[in-house]
Structures are given as structure tokens and as C-alpha cells.
Design a protein around this ligand. Structure first.
Ligand SMILES: NC(=O)c1ccc[n+]([C@@H]2O[C@H](COP(=O)([O-])OP(=O)(O)OC[C@H]3O[C@@H](n4cnc5c(N)ncnc54)[C@H](OP(=O)(O)O)[C@@H]3O)[C@@H](O)[C@H]2O)c1
Length: 472
């Protein structure tokens, strides 16, 4: 194929880490692709380093050249910084496109922006696809997990490309169309929320083993490596094991010991929590993970707190067994997924998306950051129907929960007695205990509300809008 005689099947704007790797992936799968980057020298460098894939790449230096290089109907992927830059690229492309052409935002967009952009472009006769891509640099290059939202007919015209570049699980593409407008970006947002919770829980277990069991990072890494061969088998446990067993080439110290304990966040975890609250949900493990990252940034405050209060003296605490930590992580992780799927269901009902939750679990089995052996069973459990929309109530997971819960209790009890923070693990336990408590304590909350605000309550023996004899 030649770039002079053959028009490109698809175009891409933004040759940052993700865009460059996604372009090479598309080219490698045999689809000619026209590329454009705002800073032209980045395009030159990208082309110079493209090696054998050069023939399938069409470098362009203006939006006009990019659009002219595409076969109709045109499809252009945008892979730039989320937010304003996406709107800027859409604004530049729109006047150059024709009715029936398509823009695909493959960045981490807030799904509300995707809904807004889809509606605005639809008015102009253009199709807009919001496409969540997970798997980082490596995934983009060799097979990411892809979550698509938008007009299904327009997705059909690029489905062969998207499925070809996606990760595969036993031959099944980890790419799916989930619903209209923002559905794909929402599934990606919740994916990232679960990712936050999973990472936080692993970090909490690491903290207990480091500060409670006084184990060295490489020992903890070796333990994670062993766990990765069992039910906890997952990308995040695997890389945590590797990270903890890596030394700093400069000092020879464990790498984690030279890294400042302040975490960054680009917003997707926070978006998950905000959207959940808007929908009347509370994925407490994800909220705890977002909180933990925010608290981590308050390094000076934490150092001052350590100075004032010191560390909690150890009162002959019994350290949980290694298997307790493993089991605790497993059940807490199940709770995080349970909350994530419940949120997907709530959003699907609210926006009338008809999300296929089992398909989400399947699409996450390979290519993405939360890929894990458990997802296959989760997909099957969801297909069988979740009692009360609760993954942890499904027959496939009740045994896991019953076995692991005592371990999670021992780990959280130990952590609280030792003064070691485990916000995500503790929230997983609190959520579980709440969901298994047939008679809760909100009777008192309702009475308080009625006492000070005459808000009314429902009586056990029937009748809504009832009031108590509080004021004589
Ligand atoms: N990095 C990851 O692991 C990862 C994983 C999943 C999803 N994502 C998402 O994928 C998207 C791309 O991420 P990234 O890490 O590859 O790159 P990024 O750092 O978010 O963005 C870099 C790209 O954006 C372009 N850009 C910025 N402002 C622009 C504007 N106003 N007009 C046109 N182009 C503009 C840059 O062009 P110049 O070269 O001219 O500056 C560059 O090509 C983001 O939404 C990100 O959240 C990233």
C-alpha cells in the first residue's frame, strides 16, 4: 500500500504516549492511518521511529491535510489531553468534515462532556463516538481493553479496526459497544474507579506487612508474586510484586523507599465517586481510595501529625496470618467490583443505556489495568442474574465471601488496633456488614429527622408520613 495512491482508512490526532502507540497498533493490524499532532516535530519524530510500519502511516501537518488523507466516510480518533484540548480539536476538525463523518474521542473524557459533544455534533450531521481505552502505553501498542459509546451504526463502520487492535481473551475481542453517547466513557470511568480501589487495597496490605509485620519490600513483593499464582491473579498484584522487588539503581535501596508517598490523580476516580453520589449510590471502597490519594498529598500535615501523636504502641497484638491478608484482599476486592457493577447498573437505569454488565466484565478480562482471573467468574455470575444487583450475593461468590470475611475482620481489627490506616479495606467490611444487616439503625435517624424537622417516617406496622409524640 502506498500513502500517495491509497487513502487512509482512519485518522488520529495527538501523538502523545497513547496516540503514538495506538497508531502503531492500528498500522500493524493492516489499516492505513493518517496521523497529525499539533506540534509538527512530534509527528516527524514519530514517523522517523516507526520502522517497518512506516508504509501504513500517512503523516500530515495540518487538519486540512489530515482530512484530505482519509477515505469517506471519514473517521478521526482524538487522543489528546482530556477537557479543553478535545473541544479545541473538535472545533478545528468540524468545518472540514462532511455529513456522515465520525469523530472518536479515545481519551479519558468525563462522560457528561461526551454526551454534550455527541449531541452538538449530531446536530451538524456528524457522528461522535466516546471510546474509553485502558491498558496504558503497553495496552495501546499491543492490545487495550476498549469501551465504546455512541451511535451503534457508526461504530459498525470502524468495528473491524477496533476489534483488531483490542486485547483478546481466548480469541474474544476485549472491545464492545455499550450504549449511546457517554456509555463507553462511563464504563471506562467506573473501570478507573475500581482500579483506584484495587490499587489502594493492595497498598494497604503492603502497609500492614511493612509497618505491622516489619517485612522488607522485597519480601512483600515475593509474597505478592506467590498470591498472583492463586485467586488473586491479576495485573495489579503482579506489577506490585515486581515493583516491590525492584531496587533503585542509584542508591541500591528498594525502589519504593525512594519514592515520595504522595499520589497523583487525573480525576477519573473522583468522577466515579461524584457521579455515584449524584445517582444516590456510594461505592465506599472507591470513595476511600480517592480520599486516601487526597490525604496522601498532605505530606506536611501527616509529618506534623506523626510528630504530635507518634505511632500507636503495640499491645501484644496478634498479627494476622499471611493467608488472612490474602483472603482479606480477595473479599475486599470483590466488594469493590460489587460496588462498581452496582454503580454501572444505576447509571444504566438512569440514562436508559441498557448496559450489558457481563460484557463489561468480559471486556476487562485482558488488556486493561484491572484485568484479573476473577473477572471470568464475575461475568458468568452476572449472566446468571445478580440477587439484589449484588455480585457478593451471587451463588458463585457466597463461598468466597464466607471463607474470606473472618480474615478481613481479623486484618481490619488488627489495623485499627495497631493504628495503621486501611480506609478501603475497612469500608469494604462496613459495606458488607451493612448489606447483611436486615434491621439497621436508620430507625433512629428517621426519628431524629422527624423530631427536629417533622420529616415523617414509615411505621413497621404500616403507614407512611407518620410522626412521633416527641413534643408532648
Ligand atoms: N497515559 C496513559 O496511561 C493513559 C491511559 C488511558 C487513557 N489515557 C488518556 O488518553 C489521552 C491521551 O493521553 P496521553 O498520556 O497519551 O497524552 P496527554 O499527555 O494527555 O496529551 C498529549 C497530547 O495532547 C496534545 N494536545 C494537548 N493540548 C492540545 C490542544 N489544545 N490541541 C491539540 N493537541 C493538544 C499534545 O500535543 P502537543 O505534542 O502539541 O503538545 C499531545 O499530542 C488522555 O485523555 C489520557 O487521560 C492515558
Amino acid at each position: 500500500m502506498s500513502q500517495i495512491t491509497t487513502k487512509a482508512r482512519i485518522g488520529l490526532v495527538g501523538l502523545g504516549v497513547m496516540g503514538a502507540n495506538l497508531s502503531l497498533n492500528i498500522a500493524e493490524k493492516g489499516f492505513p492511518i493518517a496521523v497529525f499532532n499539533r506540534t509538527g516535530s512530534v509527528t516527524d519524530e514519530f514517523i522517523a521511529e516507526s520502522g517497518d510500519l512506516r508504509e501504513a502511516l500517512v503523516p500530515t501537518k495540518t487538519y486540512e491535510e489530515l482530512v484530505a488523507a482519509l477515505e469517506a466516510p471519514r473517521a478521526v480518533i482524538i487522543m489528546v489531553k482530556a477537557g479543553g484540548p478535545v473541544d479545541a480539536v473538535i472545533e478545528a476538525l468540524t468545518p472540514l468534515l462532511e455529513e456522515g463523518d465520525m469523530i472518536i474521542d479515545a481519551g479519558n473524557a468525563d462522560f457528561h462532556d461526551t454526551r454534550r459533544r455527541e449531541a452538538a455534533l449530531r446536530e451538524k450531521g456528524l457522528n461522535f463516538i466516546g471510546m474509553g481505552v485502558s491498558g496504558g502505553e503497553e495496552g495501546a501498542r499491543h492490545g487495550p481493553s476498549i469501551m465504546v459509546g455512541g451511535n451503534p451504526a457508526s461504530y459498525e463502520t470502524i468495528r473491524d479496526i477496533i476489534e483488531a487492535i483490542s486485547a483478546k481473551h481466548d480469541g474474544d475481542p476485549c472491545a464492545a459497544h455499550f450504549g449511546p453517547d457517554g456509555a463507553g466513557h462511563f464504563v471506562k470511568t467506573v473501570h478507573n474507579g475500581i482500579e483506584y480501589a484495587d490499587m489502594q487495597m493492595i497498598a494497604e496490605i503492603y502497609g500492614l506487612l511493612r509497618d505491622g509485620a516489619h517485612r522488607a519490600p522485597e519480601e512483600i513483593g515475593a509474597l505478592f508474586e506467590r498470591w498472583d499464582k492463586g485467586p488473586l491473579n491479576s495485573y495489579l498484584v503482579e506489577i506490585s510484586g515486581k515493583v516491590l522487588q525492584t531496587s533503585d539503581p542509584e542508591t541500591g535501596k528498594p525502589m519504593v523507599e525512594v519514592i515520595v508517598d504522595k499520589a497523583g490523580q487525573k480525576g477519573t476516580g473522583r468522577w466515579t465517586a461524584i457521579e455515584a453520589l449524584t445517582l444516590g449510590q456510594s461505592p465506599s471502597t472507591i470513595e476511600a481510595a480517592v480520599a486516601a490519594r487526597s490525604w496522601s498529598s498532605e505530606k506536611e500535615t501527616r509529618l506534623a501529625g506523626a510528630e504530635i501523636f507518634g505511632t500507636e504502641p503495640e499491645h501484644n497484638l496478634t498479627l494476622p496470618k499471611e493467608t488472612d491478608f490474602e483472603q482479606a484482599l480477595l473479599v475486599a476486592k470483590l466488594v469493590a467490583y460489587d460496588q462498581g457493577f452496582k454503580l454501572l447498573k444505576a447509571a444504566s437505569d438512569h440514562y436508559d443505556w441498557g448496559l450489558d454488565l457481563a460484557r463489561a466484565a468480559e471486556v476487562w478480562r485482558e488488556g486493561c489495568i484491572i484485568r484479573s482471573a476473577l473477572l471470568d467468574d464475575m461475568a458468568a455470575a452476572i449472566r446468571n442474574g445478580l440477587p439484589q444487583d449484588q455480585l457478593i450475593f451471587s451463588a458463585d461468590f457466597i463461598a468466597h465471601m464466607k471463607t474470606g470475611l473472618p480474615a478481613l475482620r481479623r486484618v481490619v481489627s488488627y489495623a485499627t488496633s495497631a493504628g495503621l490506616p486501611v480506609p478501603a479495606l475497612a469500608n469494604a467490611l462496613a459495606y458488607f456488614d451493612t448489606m447483611r444487616q436486615g434491621r439497621g439503625t436508620t430507625d433512629l435517624i428517621q426519628a431524629q429527622r422527624d423530631f427536629f424537622g417533622a420529616h415523617g417516617f414509615e411505621r413497621m406496622d404500616g403507614g407512611e408520613g407518620q410522626h412521633g409524640p416527641w413534643h408532648g
